[in-house]
Design a binder for this molecule. Structure first.
Ligand code: UD1
Length: 422
């Protein structure tokens, strides 16, 4: 990891080419780390393929604060011990969105929680009302304070039938974790279907919790007091890192072989790349692309899975800058995720926003300048913009890159990008 205060210097004019391998999914690692803490009988849960990113490190600190023992070596996390404390301090919780999962964990295990409100990215409002409504159905009572939520329940949570007003990834994970030790069966309808939900369900099954329907919009969790450890679980590869790498190569008109990947986790993205003129071939764990003919304007709509992930939205904006004519990108998940547009416009992009959509006119030409990446996905988009800009782009936002990507700068350099950190 680089120092959070360092800046990223990118020189334009490269064409990326080569082969890289994906790391484990940051988002999946976060929910699985918390779920692993459901095991309190002294047995160890090992999570493998965990990326070394600062969100993981901060969550480790939070879980240690709750009384758990957490060790991290060579991408393997070992979690054991008991929960002895019900407090997640606001200053730590505020650093990442995944900290909310501690609410489900604490209320489901010790029946008491004081959890700081989650942070994460500056991508618009990020309420937790869906989490709180669902947990109330399971028997949790809560008071919302300015920067934390205080919650309790008497005895075990009780399984219930819950409908989510939006298929929130975080609420689905949180409720699955809470329901794991509840009495009886919990049905989560209109559940999120993202691959990270399936990964979490697989971990829960491995520790003895029966879960069905993960990956569909009805997830059923059969609560048990008999969870067990002594298992090892492999975190899935990071489909967002896959999308960032694939689009960055297409943006530069280059060629990539992407290993350790699961293409069906981002079929919608591959489909969109094909429509733009990128040649895409897939095998079970490998994707090959050739972006030499990427030039056709697109209409991109970011939606819950299996749609194109909202996290990919800024990447597509840069890709559209390389296409001919007008492209339109709409975000149905985070309608305010457009702070990066102002930064791209400083580079000469001329992108216009209307509601939850932007219009991008391609081939307008970018010039390197100083820009700021305010969230984890904006910063990679600005780096990619730097790759096609004239001259040097200086990007402030290392703190966000550290949060979510293990060694993406090295990966880009190995493909021929001209990036310096200082
Ligand atoms: C997770 C991912 C994030 C990804 C997002 C959507 C993690 C740590 N982060 O975030 O990278 O972009 O899924 O795939 O896994 N909402 C509410 N009330 C709630 C919860 C959500 O109104 O209680 C709204 C949000 O403001 C947003 C939408 O629902 O507009 C989707 O949010 P959600 O799926 O919950 O995203 P996160 O879990 O926060």
């Amino acid at each position: 990891m680089y120092n959070d205060n360092q800046k990223i210097y990118v020189r334009g004019g490269c064409r990326l080419e080569g082969e890289v391998s994906l790391d484990g999914s940051k988002n999946s690692a976060l929910s699985c780390m918390v779920a692993a803490c459901l095991v309190e009988n002294g047995e160890v849960v090992k999570l493998q393929n965990v990326p070394d990113v600062s969100d993981v490190r901060i969550l480790m600190e939070i879980l240690c604060g709750l009384g758990k023992t957490v060790e991290y070596e060579e991408n393997t996390l070992s979690l054991s011990g008991r929960i002895t404390n019900c407090e997640v301090p606001a200053y730590l919780a505020g650093k990442l969105r995944g900290s909310t999962y501690c609410l489900g964990l604490l209320i489901g295990t010790i029946g008491k929680a004081m959890v700081g409100l989650p942070g994460g990215d500056a991508i618009g409002e990020r309420p937790i009302d869906i989490h709180l409504q669902g947990m109330s159905m399971l028997g949790m009572r809560y008071t919302l304070h300015e920067d934390y939520v205080e919650a309790e329940c008497s005895g075990r949570l009780k399984g219930a039938e819950i409908y989510l007003r939006f298929p929130s990834v975080g609420a689905t994970c949180n409720l699955m974790i809470a329901a794991a030790k509840a009495e009886g069966r919990t049905i989560i309808d209109n559940a999120a279907k993202e691959p990270e939900i399936v990964d979490l369900a697989n971990l829960l099954c491995a520790i003895g919790v029966r879960v069905t329907g993960a990956g569909t919009d009805r997830v059923v969790v059969y609560g048990t007091s008999q969870v067990r450890g002594n298992i090892a679980h492999d975190i899935i590869s990071d489909r967002i890192e896959a999308g960032v790498l694939l689009t960055s190569v297409a943006i530069t008109g280059g060629r990539l072989t992407l290993r350790n990947s699961t293409p069906y986790h981002y079929n919608s993205l591959l489909h969109q790349l094909r429509l733009a003129g990128v040649k895409v071939d897939t095998e079970e764990n490998t994707v090959y692309i050739d972006g030499a003919n990427c030039k056709d304007a697109m209409r991109v709509t970011c939606m819950p899975f299996p749609g194109i992930a909202t996290d990919m939205q800024p990447q597509f904006a840069v890709l559209c800058l390389q296409c001919e004519g007008e492209s339109v990108i709409t975000d149905m998940v985070f309608p305010e995720r457009f702070a990066y547009v102002k930064e791209l416009n400083k580079m000469g992009a001329g992108i216009k926003r209307k509601g939850n959509s932007i219009s991008v006119i391609g081939k307008s030409g970018l010039t390197g300048t100083a820009v700021t990446g305010n969230d984890i996905r904006a910063v990679t988009a600005l780096i990619c913009a730097g790759m096609i800009a004239e001259g040097e782009t200086v990007i402030d936002g290392m703190v966000h890159l550290n949060r979510g990507y293990h060694n993406i700068i090295d990966k880009w350099r190995s493909l021929g990008a001209n990036i310096e950190i200082r």
